[in-house]
Design a protein around this ligand. Structure first.
Ligand SMILES: [Fe+2]
Ligand SMILES: [Fe+2]
Length: 224
């Protein structure tokens, strides 16, 4: 099937992003196991998340092959994202950036992209992945609550601005989505500007209210 080279490159990038996500989830599961050993069920769920990401990688690679591209993901794998706190504090930041915000944003972007796709099978594929990413976002709140458990009111207050900054970082990360090319929408791709718009909406609707409910929303510039 023919499509603009941009479409193929973006699906290759999607494949690599899923591969990277699988790796990051494994790292997060190990970190969680080490720091919150009393909640082994959450670490197990994080490992299942990594398995989902590997499945997504395979599904995206099939699209790359359909587009005549090289589906080999390859490339260096990322470590855990930057954090300001230490130990359990950093773990909570990772959970917010990767799962609570990152997965909520991914799910929203995939749902919007699925709605506009017309290439055969792409809408169904993206809806399926979006449903998984939404589950991963929900797991994020379970993981965050497990990591928060037993933390003093003061430690929570201290963590709040760092967690809030991770939400803002997740929105900024959506800017990395580049141009989609002339037939990008048909192939389930969002333009960069639209991606940021969708990311902002997702965070306002589904992430900030959850942090507010936990007394953890303290964005820069807000009164203490
Ligand atoms: Fe995924
Ligand atoms: Fe995910």
């Amino acid at each position: 099937m023919t499509a603009h080279p941009t479409v193929r490159a973006r699906w290759q990038a999607r494949t690599r992003a899923e591969q990277a996500s699988a790796h990051t989830m494994e790292l997060l599961a190990a970190r969680f196991e080490a720091l919150v050993p009393e909640r082994a069920g959450v670490a197990t769920a994080l490992r299942r998340t990594a398995a989902d990401e590997r499945r997504h990688q395979g599904l995206c690679a099939e699209v790359v092959t359909r587009l005549g591209g090289d589906a080999e993901a390859g490339g260096p794998l990322p470590g855990l994202p930057p954090a300001e706190g230490e130990a359990r504090g950093a773990l909570m930041e990772h959970v917010v950036f990767l799962l609570c915000a990152g997965e909520a944003i991914a799910a929203a972007m995939l749902r919007v992209a699925a709605g506009a796709a017309t290439a055969p099978g792409v809408t169904e594929l993206l809806r399926g992945i979006a449903a998984d990413e939404a589950r991963h976002a929900a797991l994020g709140w379970v993981a965050l609550d497990a990591a928060l458990d037993g933390l003093s009111a003061e430690a929570r207050r201290e963590a709040a601005p760092r967690l809030s900054r991770q939400v803002l970082r997740a929105v900024v990360a959506a800017r990395a989505v580049g141009a989609a090319g002339p037939d990008g929408a048909a192939w389930g791709l969002l333009e960069g500007a639209r991606a940021v718009e969708v990311a902002k909406q997702a965070v306002e609707a589904a992430v900030i209210p959850e942090l507010v409910a936990r007394g953890l929303w303290a964005p820069p510039g807000a009164a203490p």
